[in-house]
Design a protein around this ligand. Structure first.
Ligand SMILES: Cc1cc2nc3c(=O)[nH]c(=O)nc-3n(C[C@H](O)[C@H](O)[C@H](O)COP(=O)(O)OP(=O)(O)OC[C@H]3O[C@@H](n4cnc5c(N)ncnc54)[C@H](O)[C@@H]3O)c2cc1C
Length: 308
């Protein structure tokens, strides 16, 4: 089986397939290695309303399929294999899966990130049925409803603020007695008439089978238990980037994201990081696909220099 490629893309989410489309369309021999199924987090996304070009929105599964077939139309190939080890300084670069070793002139990390879950019983089954991890993505579904936000950092604070403009009531549950978020969030949140706080508290259980109907909150100081009836729960306690493969070869920032120069370029020539796995201020489909295009633009320049 052919194992030499101009570009190997690790991960078949939106960032990966955008890179695959641009690379294949530019005539680069392109392979996407995906460990599960095309689409990445799109597979968990019931409906996407903020990706331009779909005025009525589109379901995540269909969008993922369309991104994959568009890249395949220009000759990109997908193989369903998990990348387990990389040699990024080698020339050509080596990409190891359990099945074989691939050789690549350029490598794109498009391995994405996952939300850090609370780890509560029933949480996974209620994702998209009341439980969410991205208020910018799903907040609009909670117009006029009561939502609980968990967390106290910048993401939780900005999620709570965003939701306060949509939901009827927002209850922020935080383990400490003050926000960790930067000061800029404090007064807008504390002054918002429809935002309440449960300090020193944790969500300890979820209610609802088909959909979330409420949460159980425990006060860590008093041990008191409160049942809150709500339609939405946004978990904003951080994300876990899938960057383990880069460890020891690329610098990761404090959050574990691959350090880039503000574009997909990493510190190794010919190696790029796109979408949710890199240090970027916004993690959305639209930013991941923009990164994919930019990575290929940079890779073409790199390859032209190698050849000259
Ligand atoms: C529930 C939910 C709702 C969302 N709603 C929206 C929305 O409405 N609008 C919006 O713009 N964004 C939304 N997002 C965010 C959006 O889905 C992500 O920003 C986007 O998918 C990131 O794309 P990516 O290509 O960087 O990574 P991902 O989509 O995470 O894809 C990464 C891929 O890499 C694969 N992979 C990882 N490691 C390996 C390995 N070692 N070998 C091979 N393959 C590997 C994974 O299996 C995965 O398929 C939502 C996310 C979630 C979870």
């Amino acid at each position: 089986m052919e194992n030499r490629f101009d570009m190997i893309i690790i991960g078949g989410g939106p960032g990966g397939y955008s890179a695959a489309l641009y690379a294949a369309r530019s005539g680069l021999k392109t392979l996407v290695l995906e460990k599960f199924s095309a689409g990445g987090q799109l597979g968990q996304t019931h409906w996407i309303d903020n990706y331009p070009g779909f005025p009525e929105g589109i379901d995540g599964f269909t969008l993922a399929q369309q991104m994959q077939s568009q890249a395949h139309r220009f000759g990109a190939e997908t193989r369903y294999e998990q990348v387990i080890r990389l040699e990024l300084q080698a020339q050509p670069k080596r990409v190891h899966t359990a099945k074989q070793t691939y050789l690549a002139k350029t490598v794109v990390f498009a391995t994405g990130a996952n939300a850090r879950p609370l780890g509560l019983a029933g949480e996974e089954a209620l994702i998209g049925r009341g439980v969410g991890y991205c208020a910018a993505c799903d907040g609009m579904f909670y117009k006029g409803k009561t939502v609980v936000v968990v967390g106290g950092g910048n993401t939780a604070a900005s999620d709570a603020l965003l939701l306060s403009r949509v939901a009827e009531k927002v209850i922020l549950v935080h383990r400490r007695d003050t926000l960790r978020a930067t000061k800029v969030y404090h007064s807008p949140l504390l002054n918002a008439p429809n935002v309440q706080f449960r300090w020193d508290s944790e969500v300890v259980a979820l209610q609802g089978q088909e959909r979330l109907t409420g949460v159980t909150v425990k006060n860590l100081k008093t041990g008191g238990i409160e049942e809150i009836s709500c339609q939405g729960l946004f978990v904003s306690i951080g994300r876990l980037p899938n960057s383990a493969l880069a460890e020891g070869q690329l610098t990761l920032d404090d959050g574990g994201y691959i350090q880039t120069d503000g574009t997909p370029q990493t510190e190794i020539a010919g190696v790029y990081a796109v979408g949710d796995v890199r240090n970027t201020p916004l993690r959305q489909v639209v930013t991941a696909v923009a990164d994919g295009a930019l990575a290929v633009h940079q890779a073409e320049f790199y390859l032209s220099q190698q050849e000259s």
